[in-house]
Ligand binder design. Structure first.
Ligand SMILES: O=P([O-])(O)O[C@H]1O[C@H](COP(=O)(O)O)[C@@H](O)[C@H](O)[C@H]1O
Ligand SMILES: [Mg+2]
Length: 553
């Protein structure tokens, strides 16, 4: 086994086009043959993992640590992915079409994008190029704006600094789902096993940066009606990512007061120095922003993730600043879209709260539930508003059929300003909804692992011996691997009770097991909302430990 991996590593080393990953691999190969047990074991494990097989399309395209090997993100993998995607596009009859290429500010993002642009141009596509790191939703917007046949964004979003990724979009602005992802993966595999290093490259590309940003900003600003109030104090953090510049320009175009920015996090920094994970969902990530909000007496905090397709909001709830859950914000934005009669269908993922479905139903509006990820939500036809609990929101599906942290922020700022003009807050609105529909509270049990096998084992334990009761309530167990209703098969298990809902699944972007928990109180039980939140919090904690036990984590 070890000899096979070494041989594969040596072959890879000879073909590597990036001196940096070649050096990393040289070192690993030496270490894997060292006398020191500890060094040898560690290097061998890394080589086995890096050469275990190709990176696969997950929730959001290819994603993984930067390093040598087919299961890592590097210039070889990116070159093969670009050439395979180009081959697939040609087979679809898109020869010579426009392909927009964007990238975030991570390590190697610009290089990976440059390889992609060269390969696409070499294959005869017209490459539209962004000259600086740009938010993912701005590129997603550019696909339809410029009439592209495809788009690529090099980003690993909110992942740790050592990761990178590759998001692939089709000409309608949607992301790839099965079976298209397998078709593209097959083309990539064919490239990888052939003479990929000889793939033609060309440097021709059109710089679209200014026109793209101008059009995007105009569209985003148009979501804020001229008559809506503009008096509010807001704090913004770009989480060391690429969102600050666009957010500033959009706010200015609307005529909003400038956001007070968290200075340490406003400019792109691939090392994300002030946070342990650059993800607004992770504990501590928005602490600096909340401290600034307290100091400034702000009405609201807006936090984008590093590629600005997600949006988190912090506000004062029950007397203290805290981040709203992704579901609370989804509820507020959904209620706003329902109240404004935005035409179309409402949607959220199966791991998000069930509340939006009930609100839509009460308003006589169509609602649909999708699998996890905006690659599914974004393709719901005629989407009025769509969201997922992972702080992803689509408030303008015609322009960007993907999650967009900037237009979500614009919508939140408008709602906060409107409420403020009436002497109310986001928390008041949440309380109102809780009294009407019954408090619906959600939380997540999430376990980060070093060894992916632990996740498979936990899922197998749950499937093998699922709980028949949770919180003393009988539950129906639905294995989503078999597909359910209109949902295509996926590796997840759903548990449905009278007043609770749980879904467990492996993350498709990080080595994490995620278990999504929901408890519901009746409208009567929610009359005193602060008290109801305490009760729900207790029930969520109990549900968390019962599920931890069922999963054996
Ligand atoms: O990383 P982003 O912001 O692109 O977000 C990506 O990952 C999230 C988490 O996915 P998972 O639970 O499989 O890790 C998904 O919800 C989202 O739709 C996807 O675009
Ligand atoms: Mg993101």
């Amino acid at each position: 086994m070890m000899n096979d991996v070494l041989a594969a590593a040596q072959a890879w080393r000879r073909a590597d086009i990036d001196p940096e990953t070649a050096d990393m691999l040289d070192e690993l190969i030496v270490q894997a043959q060292a006398n020191n047990d500890e060094i040898r074991t560690k290097a061998t494990a890394e080589l086995e993992s890096a050469f275990a097989g190709p990176l696969e399309f997950g929730t959001a395209g290819l994603r993984g640590p930067i390093g040598p090997g087919p299961a890592r993100m590097n210039r070889v993998v990116v070159t093969q992915a670009a050439a395979g995607f180009a081959a697939w596009l040609k087979k679809q009859g898109h020869e010579g079409g426009k392909v927009i290429v964007g990238y975030d500010a991570r390590h190697k993002s610009a290089e990976f994008a440059d390889d992609t642009a060269q390969i696409m141009a070499g294959e005869g596509f017209e490459v539209l190029w962004t000259t600086e790191p740009t938010p993912t939703p701005v590129i997603a917007f550019g696909i339809q704006h410029f009439g592209c046949v495809a788009g690529v964004v090099v980003t690993a979003s909110h992942n740790p600094p050592q990761d990178n990724g590759y998001k692939v979009y089709l000409g309608d602005g949607s992301q790839i789902v099965p079976p298209t992802d397998q078709e593209i993966a097959a083309e990539i595999a064919a490239v990888a096993s052939g003479r990929w290093a000889n793939a033609p490259r060309a440097s021709a590309r059109t710089d679209v940066q200014d026109e793209l940003v101008r059009a995007y900003v105009a569209r985003a600003a148009s979501l804020y009606p001229p008559e809506a109030p503009r008096d509010l104090v807001w704090v913004h953090t770009a989480m060391h990512g690429v969102g600050a510049k666009t957010m500033r320009t959009v706010a200015e175009a609307i005529g909003l007061p400038a956001g007070r920015e968290v200075p340490e996090q406003a400019e792109p920094n691939a090392d994300f120095p002030t946070v342990s994970f650059p993800n607004p969902e992770e504990k501590g990530a928005i602490d600096l922003a909340v401290a600034l909000a307290e100091a400034e007496g702000a009405d609201v905090v807006i936090a984008n993730d590093p590629d600005a397709d997600r949006c988190a909001v912090a506000a004062v709830v029950d007397g203290g600043w805290r981040m709203l859950t992704g579901d609370e914000l989804g509820t507020l934005l959904g209620a706003d879209a329902i109240a404004r009669d935005v035409p179309g269908v409402f949607a959220n993922s199966v791991v998000s709260s069930t509340l939006l479905a009930r609100m839509a139903q009460a308003a006589g509006r169509e609602h649909t539930t999708t699998l996890t990820g905006f690659k599914w939500i974004g393709r719901v036809p005629d989407l009025a508003f769509g969201y997922e609990e992972a702080i992803g929101y689509c408030c303008d599906s015609r322009a960007v059929p993907d999650k967009d942290g900037i237009t979500a922020a614009v919508t939140v700022l408008r709602i906060v300003a409107e409420l403020k003009a009436q002497g109310r807050t986001l928390a008041d609105r949440l309380d109102e909804i809780a009294r009407e529909f019954g408090l619906t509270a959600t939380s997540q049990l999430s376990v980060r692992v070093a060894d992916l096998q632990l996740i498979a084992d936990a899922m197998a334990r749950l499937r093998g011996n699922p709980p028949s009761e949770l919180l003393g309530e009988p539950v129906e167990v639905v294995d989503l691997a078999l597909g359910s209703g209109s949902l295509p098969p996926t590796d997840a298990v759903e548990l449905i009770g009278e007043t609770l809902h749980v879904v467990a699944r492996p993350s498709g972007t990080e080595p994490k097991l995620k278990c999504y928990l929901e408890v519901r109180l009746t409208p009567e039980e929610s009359a005193d909302v602060a008290r109801a939140r305490e009760v729900a919090g207790g029930r969520l904690a109990a549900l968390r430990s019962e599920m931890a036990q069922a999963l054996g984590v």
